[in-house]
Design a protein around this ligand. Sequence first.
Ligand SMILES: [Zn+2]
Length: 340
Amino acid sequence: MTGGPIAVAGVTVEPGERRDLAPSASESYTGDRTTLPLAAINGAEDGPRLFVTAAVHGDELNGIETCRRLLDRLDPAEVRGAVVVVPIVNVLGVQIGSRYLPDRRDLNRAFPGSHSGSMAARIARLVSDEVIGQSDAGIDLHTAANNRTNVSQVRVAVDDEVAQNLAVAFGAPFVLTAKLRPGSLRAAANERGVPVLTFEGGQPLRFDEDAIDVALRGSLRVMQRLDMIDEAPDPAHQAPMVLNESRWLRADRGGLLELHCGIGDRIVAGQPLWTTTSPLGAERASVDATEEGYVIGATTLPLVQPGQALLHVALPGDRLPAEDDPTDEEDDDPDVLDDW
Ligand SMILES: [Zn+2]
């Protein structure tokens, strides 16, 4: 609980004050400081401390705009508790339009990080110490990975009831309980007892107005649920669909892809999902759903090869087979390998 001054990155923020900070995150080849943009809002009254982070993956831009709009809405005089907003965590990846850091490491596999480790580890440690560790709850904003798009959804740890309740308040169309991925920001926060909602929405390198709107409403609604603000917008969806398992459905044949469903759709057994044809027009494959589910993510590529992930489908309950690990959470990229 706050109430008095708070310290963020060595700077004291008085009650009722907002300070925009730029702690050193790294350095360029020319030796210039690379800084982490960070806004610390210390409310005039007591309350919990919330963090909001975005662009842990440097090509996931929706969260950056969500943070900008969120900061525009928050008046320190009307906030109870404190909010620390980091619109761009992967400051080096964003510079080059890349999910990864320049050394190809995934920042969301480097938490909690260390002072003496890799570039990723050092940035992760800064965020762990100055942003996550002091907080009572957090929201981490993501989009789908390269060549994919996600319906707006909130992902929470399977056994984290606090986060699940906040996720329902958030008001995205879907809430997905998902295993914690080692090294992720969410896993590091969970280790410290800080419940975190991971929001996923839209595709990389774009601003998706719907996803930004859902995330902005959701962030404010979580603050209201935590009694940090009095007023919050209506939820994007009154009753989120809670999903417990998910997996990617993959192509068996290569060719031109025609999807017969889109993100957010409910599918039922027997329903056509996609057709693959050769460039000369011969049908190569026609795939039907084998069970009921919801499409929470999809490829945006019109050409496919065998093994390519096409649809991310989630089911209420635990009815999916376990052999295809569904928990590629926080990256939505079943093909990304941890190569370090
Ligand atoms: Zn991401």
